[in-house]
Design a protein around this ligand. Structure first.
Ligand SMILES: C[S@@+](CC[C@H](N)C(=O)[O-])C[C@H]1O[C@@H](n2cnc3c(N)ncnc32)[C@H](O)[C@@H]1O
Length: 288
């Protein structure tokens, strides 16, 4: 069941009883799409220079990330041709968001286009070619798509580890153009290590409000905001052991058990030690 949830920036999202998690940060759903996804992907800068852009929206949900991308791109370049491939398990989410009026935070043109996408699963006009593929993203991901930007927005790794594995992120890396960027709201060490194991360079996205940074990854280091010393050391703890799903079809439970086993057998530093070290360091600094 989807429960309407207000967020601090005045926009609304849903809470999922099934995943026991909200679809967006409660500090602001609209702000999250704009600041944690669209801005770090440099889509505005790319729109100013390109006549076409390709976006892969993993976990389309209500459609806020695609809406924020279209709004930002067409603001700087109304002639830009945009292609979106959106993957989503549950087709009722986008329809329900439209029905409940939650999409009204976006411009009318965009709401109309995304309403067509939710209904027909395809939009094909002069400026937008979009497809909404319903099913498990591990199966529906088009292996031959090449994106300028990939939004990776599943529920958190503990709720939906299937979409945070080395194997799935490796598939995403293949879908990224040589100068494309993959962004996510998560700064989990397991996610960042999965990106590194997929052969990508990683960086942090700027903090939004008082929230932790997210992550951005690409084939090149260019333009990536480097990780702080604290973040780098986080990647050397047990929390950094990545989720694995060798055949891209295991259940959440199997993927979790596999990781727990690997953590038990690991000699890496316990993450609680890293945390204590950094709390102590911060305490010292604040008194200096
Ligand atoms: C955090 S929400 C995404 C919010 C969305 N990006 C937005 O802007 O509204 C996570 C979404 O992942 C979807 N999901 C869960 N498991 C999935 C899977 N295996 N494949 C594709 N989508 C999945 C959920 O139905 C939910 O809509």
């Amino acid at each position: 069941m989807l429960i309407i949830q207000p967020t601090i920036d005045g926009s609304f999202t849903f809470y999922s009883n099934e995943f026991e998690q909200a679809f967006h940060s409660l500090s602001g759903a609209k702000e999250e799409s704009q600041k944690k996804f669209v801005e770090p992907c440099l889509l505005v800068e790319k729109a100013a220079k390109n006549s076409s852009l390709h976006i892969l929206d993993i976990c389309y949900g209500l459609g806020y990330n695609s809406a924020a991308a279209l709004e930002a791109i067409w603001k700087v370049n109304p002639q830009c041709h945009v292609s979106i491939v959106a993957l989503e398990l549950d087709e009722t989410v986008a329809k329900e968001a439209l029905k409940q009026g939650l999409m009204e935070i976006w411009t009318e043109t965009i709401v109309d286009l995304l309403a067509q996408l939710a209904e027909d699963k395809v939009v094909d006009n002069d400026y937008l070619k979009a497809k909404l593929l319903i099913g498990d993203a591990r199966a529906t991901l088009p292996r031959d798509y090449r994106a300028d930007a990939i939004f990776l927005d599943p529920f958190s790794p503990t709720k939906c580890p299937q979409l945070w594995t080395v194997e799935f992120i490796s598939l995403l890396a293949k879908c990224l153009k040589s100068d494309g960027l993959l962004v996510t709201y998560s700064c989990a060490a397991s996610v960042r290590v999965a990106m590194l194991e997929a052969g990508l360079k990683i960086g942090a996205t700027p903090n939004v409000g008082r929230r932790s940074p997210g992550s951005v990854a690409g084939h090149k280091e260019v333009g990536l905001l480097s990780l702080s010393q604290q973040e780098k050391e986080h990647l050397l703890t047990k929390a950094a052991i990545a989720y694995r799903d060798p055949n891209l079809q295991d259940s959440k439970e199997v993927i979790e058990q596999r990781r727990q086993q690997e953590q038990q057998n690991s000699n890496l530093e316990p993450t609680s030690h890293w945390k204590k070290r950094w709390i102590a360091t911060k305490g010292l600094k604040s008194k200096e």
